[in-house]
Design a protein around this ligand. Structure first.
Ligand SMILES: [Ca+2]
Ligand SMILES: [Ca+2]
Length: 240
């Protein structure tokens, strides 16, 4: 039975079998927004423009929703060591003082499966749209905490908040990006009332305590308009 995470909850990474969870996926699943609009559509072209017929119909349009799952790694003092965020973020040329996005951690313990810029179309497909795979046994010994967060990328299609997305959830599970074997813990985002007006969510962090990895569900929502703001926030407020 998967743990339903609550804000502020801390859990041991121990399965019901007693074994430790070391190899798992942190995945985010969400849906594109479907809107029904009343539109005038041509039902008959007629002849040379004469006799053209139109009528008003309900037309379904899909609005792409681009959520971005990312993480930052820190040492025990809270100094940044490494990062994973979409490689579509090219900060190095823009003078914002952040490195470009990348999908692999330097120690190869974490890997991002790639930037999904749309969300599920036609309903929940049961799979996560962006996933960071984690192998705790390979995490560099200097890394003491890994903070996961989620942003809504401000694209031309969707500039709303989490509450406007049909569903968005985060989970930790065993399996692969295309096959979920066993869900360990789950956290629903879009249903949280505190996410109204918010475009960034600090999900939680993996942290080492007396040599054991644990997970703390943070669940703090913020209004950040850009991942740049969220990265600065994580470094300042969530790195220790
Ligand atoms: Ca994305
Ligand atoms: Ca999905």
């Amino acid at each position: 039975m998967a743990i339903r995470l609550e804000k502020g909850q801390r859990i041991n990474l121990e399965k019901s079998s007693g074994l430790k969870l070391t190899n798992f996926c942190v995945g985010c699943n969400w849906g594109a927004v479907e809107r029904v609009q009343r539109k005038e559509v041509v039902v008959s072209e007629g002849f040379l423009g004469f006799g053209k017929k139109t009528e008003w119909r309900d037309v379904k349009t899909i609005v792409d929703v681009d959520l971005d799952l990312s993480c930052l790694m820190f040492d025990i003092e809270g100094n940044p060591i490494d990062h994973i965020y979409s490689n579509l973020y090219r900060f190095a040329d823009k003078g914002v003082g952040l490195p470009n996005g990348k999908h692999d951690s330097m120690d190869r313990a974490l890997h991002h499966t790639g930037d999904d810029t749309q969300g599920d179309v036609g309903g929940d497909d049961g799979l996560d749209n962006e996933i960071i795979t984690v192998d705790l046994s390979r995490v560099s010994s200097e890394i003491n905490q890994i903070v996961f967060f989620l942003n809504i990328y401000n694209n031309k299609d969707y500039s709303g908040d989490f509450s406007g997305i049909p569903y968005a959830s985060i989970r930790m599970y065993e399996g692969t990006p295309t096959k979920v074997r066993e869900v360990f813990a789950q956290y629903d985002v879009a249903t949280k009332t505190e996410c109204v007006g918010k475009r960034a969510l600090i999900l939680g962090k993996l942290y080492k305590h007396n040599g054991d990895w644990k997970f703390a569900a943070i669940g703090d929502a913020h209004e950040d308009n850009s991942i740049v703001h969220t990265i600065a926030r994580v470094m300042k407020d969530y790195s220790k």
